[in-house]
Design a protein around this ligand. Structure first.
Ligand SMILES: *[C@@H]1O[C@H](CO)[C@@H](O)[C@H](O)[C@H]1NC(C)=O
Length: 447
């Protein structure tokens, strides 16, 4: 499994989705009724809409009865008109896309190595909101239309599907996704795909997704880049029949488990055809869905997901921030198996932030390695913040392990910097900073 293949967005989402709330789904079509049965309109009844529990059973039944698979995926043309899409694309900020990157499995050593994937970047609601209100408002309309279209296509009760994450993905030359499921980490057993129960997926609650193409090869100056369904029983081979031709406004929808192993072919340059060479760029609107309303993506002004600061460490100028990030990232990766396998998952957000997610998904923390030029005042710094979901508290185990890990991180920071500081004043101020940070953490655990 390559981390880059995890649907984004562990890499992008600044909050954690909590694991596995098994709260009973209440399907109410008009937003006012709370009932465990699906109260549906006459019209909906005729087309046999399912409530979430019935739907989940249907999804699971694919193991015995493959003939239901066509009910779990499909494509729809012209979901949004070309004119609306063109208007949206031209309102999109060009430079705000965040390069996604992550950690790859090192095939030779079973450990993980730090790696940045090629040609893949994305922009989420939050970033869009601050950079273009025109694009943001258009996106809000589009996403609701895409959500309800997905719900309808899957024959789900109106109002039962909630959006847990929205992103505009941008793939440039080489950008591709190898086959993956959206709610578990898979492996192949004799060529047949299986969910690995030993590995924690960041978004186990996802039930469906939709991808809508936002530009045509001609407009984006690219070739390739098609979404495909992969063969579950043949090592995830690309299914010729499952490759979806690109057409702006066309949407693909599918349930999130191994029944719909999927990927995207690499984006290639179309060479410009004698015209001025423009970098190829393939754009799509990717959305993921859940049944649990508490996991719903926030679009409010007040952001209850705002993180809390754990500590901030000022860095002297002589410390090169990028290599420090690299060093600390590698250190945390080496601890990913402590205290148990899969305890921590590290990923990179943009070029300066590490996200460190705990296995119980009750919380995560981020480390932002800020260069002087990113700030209005001058000094570089590391800002460490804890993130939780709305109304969720970090588990006790998270709090204990976070403290252990951060004490270790401070030791490593001290090691890294003591090799590089020549100035006595810098040494004193760094040591003071490290001590102040330690005081903000609970006491070191006896090891
Ligand atoms: C998937 O692979 C199996 C085994 O090679 C093959 O029999 C089957 O036809 C393939 N399915 C598709 C849809 O390509």
């Amino acid at each position: 499994m390559k981390w880059r293949d995890l649907p984004k967005i562990l890499l992008l989402i600044p909050t954690v989705l909590s694991a596995a709330s098994s709260s009973r789904q209440e399907c109410d079509n008009d937003g006012t009724t709370a009932d465990t049965t699906c109260k549906i309109t006459e019209k909906a009844k005729q087309t046999d809409y399912m409530d979430p529990s019935k739907f989940k059973k249907l999804v699971l039944s694919f193991e015995e009865d493959e003939s239901i698979l066509p009910q779990l995926r499909g494509t729809i043309d012209n979901v949004i008109s070309k004119a609306d899409i063109t208007a949206f694309i031209s309102a999109l900020p060009k430079v705000e896309f965040v390069k996604a990157s992550g950690y790859d499995d090192d095939i030779n050593s079973n450990g993980r190595v730090y790696a940045a994937p090629e040609g893949y970047a994305a922009i989420g609601l939050k970033e869009l909101k601050t950079s273009s209100s025109e694009a943001y408002n258009k996106l809000l309309q589009m996403r609701e239309h895409v959500r309800s279209t997905t719900e309808k296509a899957l024959h789900l009760c109106p109002g039962s599907l909630y959006i847990d994450f929205t992103t505009i993905s941008q793939k440039t030359e080489g950008g591709a996704h190898t086959p993956h499921a959206d709610n578990c980490i898979h492996y192949f057993d004799d060529g047949v795909v299986t969910c690995d129960p030993a590995r924690v997926h960041p978004y186990p609650n996802r039930v469906a997704a939709s991808i809508m193409y936002l530009n045509d090869p001609g407009n984006g100056n690219y070739e390739g880049g098609q979404f495909y369904f992969a063969n579950r029983t043949n090592h995830g081979e690309v299914e010729a029949l499952g490759t979806v031709n690109i057409d702006a406004g066309k949407m693909i929808y599918f349930t999130s488990g191994i029944e719909n192993l999927h990927g995207a072919l690499p984006v290639l340059s179309s060479g410009g055809g004698g015209r001025e060479i423009v970098e190829p760029r393939r754009l799509a609107l990717a959305m993921w869905y859940v049944f649990d309303p508490s996991l719903k993506e926030s679009v409010d002004d007040s952001d209850p997901n705002d993180p809390t600061e754990i500590f901030t460490l000022l860095l002297p100028e002589s410390v090169e921030v990028t290599s420090l990030l690299q060093y600390i990232g590698t250190y945390i990766v080496s601890l990913q198996r402590k205290p148990t396998i899969g305890a921590w998952t590290v990923s990179k957000y943009g070029h300066s932030i590490l996200h460190i997610l705990f296995k119980d998904h009750s919380a995560m923390f981020s480390m932002n390695f800020m260069d002087p030029h990113q700030l209005t005042d001058v000094s570089s710094r590391i800002v460490v913040e804890r993130h939780t979901d709305v109304n969720k508290r970090p588990s006790l185990q998270y709090m204990l392990q976070e403290s252990v890990l951060l004490h270790g991180v401070l030791d490593e920071l001290s090691k890294f910097m003591s090799d590089r500081l020549f100035d006595e004043n810098e040494r004193v101020s760094v040591n003071d900073g490290l001590e102040a940070a330690r005081k903000k953490l609970p006491g070191r655990q006896a090891s």
